[in-house]
Ligand binder design. Structure first.
Ligand SMILES: [Zn+2]
Length: 424
């Protein structure tokens, strides 16, 4: 019976490619959040023809939402013949800007060597198309399918997901009893099940100083030197300490299996962009944005305290050292337990379709699962989809067509098990 389902998906190979291409040709670049309505309607019109109820939901008032750039999401739902569980496939429709270095038009969706090229092919319109084809094949081959299937195309994942999954989660779209299992076809590769992600703390640290003539710096107080002292302490104390913190989370790549800290930006003194020569000034302000990624074994107050304790030590040791610390963003780490039904069903489906064991991984960075778990309180959520994560946001991004077909089979098999409650 699964063979008939797989044959049906194989028959839809060209349709899968064309659906991917039509999604990629809509340049849903974020920011600013272009063409969201066109993309949401393409998905909505298609699924309406297949018996889905369609809702368009605009994240009014969320960051970036305007009449010119409405944050329009689409949610499609189909109830089966008998009540039962609901399986939801969620894909973000926004893409990042193409940038430079492309050898093809990033929005032409060129097909070459068994791949579809273009911005958003891998991250993640190819995965969304594979989920749609998987569901359509499943509905056609299982006329008495119980339970419900939902597919959503959501906005703004690349900028935090506030107008997309977070907005919908606040309205109950990602909570029981409406939905039981969520699969996000992000590009984690056909044989890997992503259980969650590390935590995030972004903050801005500003050191203060006193402005003076650059020829007499002793009359001022240099904010950049104060920041330099802080940087030196990060190097001698914090970085070595972070390298010691190892996690049981199966993060890939391996290098991210420890706590990390990126210095995102550093600005001190005269603003950039002046014409002519700079003026001789002692900087009275220096600002640094840090991006700290933390582990499930750590907690956020402790993560912050490590930085604050260095700043406080400097305040006691250095004359006139002053600082301000502003939080920018916080995301808790999360990891779905490996024995949850959505994990076991997708893992078994990977083994069935590909003949090898599914690898359980955790993402170094975050994605929309955070909102589903934190706002929707849904524990049964994973990311699984075709595409190579390293290609995301790169020039000449592509998705492999064989991988899309294989992942569609995996998603259809897993949905069948989750809806019928029987292992296929
Ligand atoms: Zn993505």
């Amino acid at each position: 019976m699964l063979e008939a389902l797989y044959d049906r998906i194989d028959d839809k190979r060209d349709e899968l490619v064309e659906l991917t291409r039509s999604l990629v040709r809509i340049p849903t670049i974020n920011p600013p959040g272009d063409a969201y309505v066109d993309c949401a309607e393409l998905i909505g019109r298609r699924l309406a023809r297949r018996g889905f109820d369609i809702q368009y939901l605009r994240g009014e008032g969320t960051p970036g939402d305007s009449e010119r750039y409405p944050r329009t999401n689409v949610v499609a739902r189909r109830d089966g013949r008998a009540p039962g569980a609901c399986v939801h496939f969620n894909g973000h429709i926004d893409v990042v800007e193409p940038g430079l270095g492309w050898s093809v038009d990033p929005f032409a969706a060129v097909v070459r060597d068994g791949r579809v090229y273009g911005r958003g092919t891998c991250d993640m319109k190819g995965g969304l198309a594979a989920a749609i084809i998987a569901v359509e094949a499943l509905i056609e081959s299982e006329v008495d399918l119980p339970g419900s299937i939902e597919i959503s195309g959501t906005v703004d994942e690349e900028t935090g997901g506030y107008g997309g999954v977070a907005y919908l989660a606040h309205q109950g779209f990602f909570s029981k009893p409406r939905v039981d299992h969520v699969i996000i076809p992000e590009p984690l590769n056909v044989d890997r099940v992503c259980l969650g992600h590390r935590g995030v703390w972004w903050a801005e640290i500003e050191t203060g100083g006193h402005i003076a003539h650059g020829s007499m710096p002793f009359l001022g107080d240099c904010a950049v030197r104060h920041m330099g002292a802080f940087l030196a302490r990060l190097e001698s104390e914090l970085y070595p300490a972070l390298a010691q913190k190892r996690t049981r989370m199966p993060v890939v790549p391996e290098g991210a299996r420890q706590s990390t800290l990126n210095i995102n930006s550093l600005h001190g003194g005269l603003a950039e962009g002046y014409d002519g020569l700079p003026s001789p000034l002692v900087p009275d302000s220096c600002r640094m944005v840090i991006d700290r990624r933390f582990l499930i074994e750590e907690d956020l107050p402790q993560v912050k305290a490590e930085v604050v304790s260095i700043l406080e030590a400097l305040r006691h040791e250095r004359a006139n050292f002053s600082y301000e610390l502003r939080d920018i963003m916080e995301v808790q780490p999360l990891m779905t337990e490996a024995d949850r039904p959505v994990v076991t069903a997708v893992s078994a489906a990977v083994e069935r379709v590909l003949g090898r064991r599914a690898e359980h991984i955790v993402s170094p960075g975050t994605y929309d699962q955070k909102h589903i778990t934190r706002i929707g309180h849904l524990k049964d959520c994973i990311a699984y989809g075709p595409g190579i994560l390293d290609l995301a946001h790169q020039p000449d991004e592509y998705v492999d067509i064989d991988d899309m077909v294989a992942s569609a089979k995996v998603m259809a098999t897993a949905a069948l098990e989750l809806l019928t409650g029987r292992a296929p």
